[in-house]
Design a protein around this ligand. Structure first.
Ligand SMILES: Cc1ncc(COP(=O)(O)O)c(C=O)c1O
Length: 411
């Protein structure tokens, strides 16, 4: 940890111990937080209460897409906060339609519904699947998704999340969820039939350990969805909106394979809550006036920030590809030095490093060395850095990781 004297700052008005005491007294005890309280950030770096600086390679689980205190984002937030933060969906404002038009161009799908989080976007897509099936037959309510997937924490989203640990305490859940192993075409063919209302896939599984789906599997999902008149949904909440070096991960295929619905959230409003369901005309037609809605979703502040984000993203895509490729190359080099690294995988700035042992301790070691990342699926180090990461940031990250990997470990 390097202590850098923070410039022009408000000093924190509370100590780390006081924060912990308050949280343990008054919060639901659902999070296992790391022992770190963040105070501010600049670029790819974030600072704790004491002013210690950390290179942030997880960016609030893929949310702080332009890092911290990006001058254009800060300026827009200041301006819009002085004009209009919230309007509700009773009224029009300037930015929702503009953002929807921008997303239509970026995604190839025509109509958006804005909400506030990934799980809420998933819920919107689930309702579209249900409504689509319902219009055809009361039996058409099954949803096929993948083992090991993650789609959020609402009852609907956990119903189709293929990890029993997220579901077991809340059963019975939505009926009709069917799980197939990723990239197993025979299992997919066996699971999809006339009762299938939708197929839901993360194009690159995030929480499940950075696992891309194969092109043949994705194309088979499209073919089966068409054959049985089911909606194909790509959950790109973690793997989309620039992170893979394209607007959406499905655009990496040539020719592009379009889903009926793509859902996105995390990076879009640079830290403000914003989720979206983007649908083609067929899927959009499943939601008629009054069938779905939200009070906060698509407010002027979040939408205006997202428009600014997309302007910046247009120029950043090549660098996301280049720096992501460089990061993976440097991590792959580490495999020669550290035999416990089993695999390096990912796309753009969504990277997983699979180890042959549980990696939680390495995350804590990283914090001591001044670098933040996390561990998912027990043995996979997950890197979701800000899109503004540079090759010299990567060099620094690799030096720090070498130091962390070289520490003696209890076996
Ligand atoms: C693929 C995927 N879907 C859905 C979600 C849920 O998003 P949120 O936490 O914003 O509800 C996440 C969150 O990590 C995710 O990675």
């Amino acid at each position: 940890m390097s202590a850098v004297p923070p410039p022009e700052l408000e000093t924190p008005s509370i100590s780390f111990d006081q924060i912990q005491e308050l949280e343990s007294a008054y919060l639901l005890q659902n999070y296992a937080r790391y022992p770190l309280a963040l105070h501010r950030g600049k670029g790819c770096y974030v600072y704790d209460l004491e002013g210690n600086r950390y290179l942030d390679l997880i960016s609030g689980i893929g949310v702080n897409s332009l890092g911290y205190a990006h001058p254009r984002i800060t300026k827009i937030i200041r301006q819009q906060a002085g004009l209009l933060i919230h309007s509700s969906n009773l009224y029009y404002h300037e930015y929702q339609g503009r953002l929807a038009e921008r997303l239509a161009r970026a995604s190839g799908l025509g109509r958006s519904f804005f909400c506030n989080s990934g799980a809420e976007a998933m819920e919107g897509a689930l309702k579209m699947i249900r409504s689509h099936g319902h219009a055809l037959s009361t039996e058409k309510y099954e949803i096929v998704s993948l083992e090991n997937s993650f789609h959020g924490r609402t009852l609907g989203a956990i119903s189709i999340t293929g990890q029993p640990k997220y579901r077991k305490d809340f059963e019975p859940l939505l009926p009709g969820a069917r799980f197939v192993p990723g990239n197993n075409i025979a299992a997919l063919e066996a699971a999809v039939n006339e009762r299938t209302g939708g197929i839901v896939l993360e194009f690159i599984q995030g929480e499940g350990g950075i696992n891309p789906i194969s092109e043949p599997f994705a194309r088979k999902a499209r073919e089966l969805a068409d054959k049985f008149n089911a909606l194909l949904v790509f959950d790109e909440i973690q793997c989309g909106v620039g992170r893979p070096g394209a607007y959406f991960a499905y655009q990496l295929l040539d020719p592009v394979l379009l889903p009926d619905i793509v859902i996105a959230a995390k990076p879009m409003a640079c830290g403000l809550p914003l989720g979206v369901v983007i649908a083609n005309e067929k899927a959009a037609a499943t939601i008629k006036p009054g069938m779905h809605g939200t009070t906060y979703g698509g407010g002027p502040l979040a939408c205006r920030v997202a428009l600014e984000f997309f302007d910046i993203l247009d120029e950043l895509l090549p660098s996301i590809n280049a720096v992501g490729g460089y990061f993976r190359m440097r991590l792959t080099e580490l495999m020669r030095q550290f035999s416990f690294i089993k695999d390096v995988r990912g796309q753009g700035l969504m990277i997983g490093v699979e180890l042959d042992f549980p990696c939680k301790q390495l995350v804590l070691d990283g914090m001591k060395e001044g670098v933040l990342f996390n561990c998912t699926h027990d043995t996979v180090l997950r890197f979701l850095p800000p899109y503004i990461l540079t090759e010299s940031d990567v060099d620094r990250a690799i030096d720090l990781l070498k130091r962390i990997f070289s520490k003696p470990r209890e076996s």
